[in-house]
Ligand binder design. Structure first.
Ligand SMILES: [Zn+2]
Length: 306
């Protein structure tokens, strides 16, 4: 059982939308959310139907409620890899749309809870973009809202002050940009706080490299010999709204969707999984149905392989 001593169980795991265990992942980050609502008590009841959940929720007066055991995976980040490795905290709003304010008592309690989680899971000093994130770092969402988002550094500093007895501000971390060349800004595939994610992006786009904010090419290093290329097959999604599930099965939870044109590669040798009469392929954040299991490629398959 993993629950902060600062929290009280409330509607604890009384909803279906979380996953047992951590799929082998280690907890290495905290993800902050706002409830986009001012009614603290209706959470987590809304997760009876909505395919979402979080480990904790903090009320307007600083009360902390536990909804999901930390040893289980809550569905909060909209990204399976982030979900299995994180603890998600919801913050109740004081006001509704468009300001979505959050009470100071909520912010103070959040700092205490983050400090407690960081200590118990050995996260060390909390740094935004390293081990403390917001929902919009992982999904296209306005969460944690216009009020809470600029206050996250304050939560971070206060949590570190609780654990270290210091409130030194964190240095602002630069972004790692993935481009063909630094000069070719139009070629930019993305900008990442996390170097590992930037490297992954560069790896999946041939001819691309990672540059730091001082325009140094830092990956792949020009001196290193490129690793022999693994033969790959390319998967390209043919429809909009193709579900990504956490297991290669219709029983798997939906962790996201891809639209027509989404593409990724898999090792050429990788076998697909057949389950529920569908063929399933691994995707960057889970598994997708390629098409009906007819034993051959069909023109109405959801994913074309080349
Ligand atoms: Zn959120």
């Amino acid at each position: 059982m993993g629950i902060s001593n600062l929290a009280t169980k409330y509607g604890f795991q009384s909803f279906p939308h979380y996953s047992e265990g951590r799929s082998g992942a280690t907890i290495n980050k905290i993800v902050l959310h706002h409830m986009a609502g001012t009614n603290y008590d209706i959470v987590p009841g809304i997760w009876q139907t909505r395919e979402a959940s979080a480990h904790y929720g903090i009320g307007k007066n600083g009360e902390i409620r536990a909804y999901v055991d930390e040893n289980n995976t809550a569905w909060h980040a909209g990204n399976w890899n982030a979900n299995i490795s994180s603890i998600g905290i919801e913050h109740c709003n004081l006001t509704g749309d468009p300001t979505w304010q959050v009470a100071q008592a909520t912010i103070e309690a959040s700092a205490k809870l983050c400090a407690d989680i960081a200590k118990r899971h050995g996260l060390g000093t909390l740094v935004m973009g390293k081990n403390l994130f917001v929902h919009s770092d992982f999904s296209a969402t306005s969460c944690p809202g216009p009020y809470l988002k600029p206050r996250v550094q304050e939560i971070c500093n206060k949590a570190n002050a609780i654990n270290n007895g210091t409130s030194a501000p964190q240095p602002t971390s630069g972004l790692y940009r993935v481009r063909k060349t630094w000069a070719d800004a139009k070629s930019q595939k993305g900008a990442f706080k996390d170097l590992t994610n930037a490297k992954k992006c560069a790896d999946s786009n041939s001819g691309y490299a990672v540059f730091d904010e001082k325009d140094n090419k830092i990956y792949p290093s020009s001196s290193s010999t490129p690793a022999p290329a693994t033969p790959t097959k390319r998967l390209t999604v043919q429809i909009n709204g193709l579900n990504v599930r956490n297991k290669p099965s219709l029983a798997g939870a939906v962790v996201g969707t891809y639209n027509k044109g989404a593409t990724w590669t898999l090792p050429k040798a990788e076998q697909f999984t057949i389950s529920d009469d569908w063929v399933w392929a691994r995707a960057p954040i889970g598994y997708c149905a390629v098409g009906r299991n007819t034993g051959k490629e069909e023109s109405d398959d959801y994913i074309f392989i080349s």
